[in-house]
Design a protein around this ligand. Sequence first.
Ligand SMILES: Nc1ncnc2c1ncn2[C@@H]1O[C@H](COP(=O)(O)OP(=O)(O)O)[C@@H](O)[C@H]1O
Ligand SMILES: [Mg+2]
Length: 132
Amino acid sequence: MIQLKNLVKDYGTLRAVDHIDFEINEGEILGFLGPNGAGKTTTLKVITCFLSPTEGNIFVEDKNVLEDSLEIRKIIGYLPENNPLYFEMTVFDYLKFIAEIRQITNFKSRLREVIEKCGLHGVVEKPINTLS
Ligand SMILES: Nc1ncnc2c1ncn2[C@@H]1O[C@H](COP(=O)(O)OP(=O)(O)O)[C@@H](O)[C@H]1O
Ligand SMILES: [Mg+2]
């Protein structure tokens, strides 16, 4: 469960997110819509602990972004509009690198799982910049 409580995010004098509250329950698939500049990306950056809130708090399960930022980062995944990839790396090297910095211990079995789930058969050894 993810719960936003009275979230405010300012960039200097610009208020990007102005007191929003909502809740996402387990298993729910949610569309988060709004015009350009409405604050959607900023809200996601605060949920994923990339930015800290100006006011309010966000709860992810029993953790909150003010006190448990590192713990939340371990259990949340975020695929932003521009993928943060190193295009010169192969798919394998990239996954290995990310697994290392995320301290994933059972790399071999997780790799098999990710290849299966994401349909990466046949591209694992290719440089990312050659993929469609
Ligand atoms: N890093 C930043 N510094 C200053 N202002 C920002 C920054 N990121 C976004 N903004 C501003 O915050 C507001 C919300 O932006 P954003 O969250 O990207 O909206 P959305 O994703 O809904 O289009 C906009 O006015 C945008 O210009
Ligand atoms: Mg956006």
